[in-house]
Design a protein around this ligand. Sequence first.
Ligand code: GRF
Length: 217
Amino acid sequence: MPGLRVAVLASGDGTNLQSLLDAARDPKAGFTVSLVISNRITAGALERAARAGVRTATVAQDGDDAARLLALLQECGAELVVLAGYLKLVPSAVVSAYAGRILNIHPALLPAFGGAGMFGRRVHEAVLASGARVSGPTVHQVDERFDQGTIVAQWPVPVKAGDTPETLAARVLEAEHHLLPAVVRAWAKGGAASLSLAAPAFGPASALPALSDALAP
Ligand code: GRF
């Protein structure tokens, strides 16, 4: 089931990639993960891709080889590029070539708690330090800056009393695994236009702890 050809860039364990690989197995998903690229040769994401029979490739560790990255994406016919735990900036030549067609998932509700250096545990530490009662993943379009492109979708997740960065990260990650495939499925069905960029989509609260829980004492 070919459908929309998606290339995924990932630097880490690749659980978000896995959520896309799993979702793509449904013939109704309308998309295929055609290529997985990493800047880290030891990334778990590369193993997950190989296990699923998806082609893999690596780029320079600093991610700064625009020509190679562009050639890889074009060779596999990528129509959408998804950053799933990719820790490097995408070179501007690639951002221009795929303008509006690169998405990133971030583990907090942007525009708060984003930007250079805000990744992994640090994001959740900052959320907890702020006293915010709600967190959750954001999917946004990628430009040349960290975490600043137009927001496409968010999924609110409660911050609970006694949360540690690890417990909060786990709750947000569970939501990421719902949100990312949902966004890619929607894109595959209706293109970028199906995602209302003026009014970001919010995940159905029924499938995960409801927003009202987040606001309860
Ligand atoms: C996720 O929390 C994602 O939001 C962030 O990096 C993490 C990647 O996790 N950008 P994984 O490699 O997909 O498990």
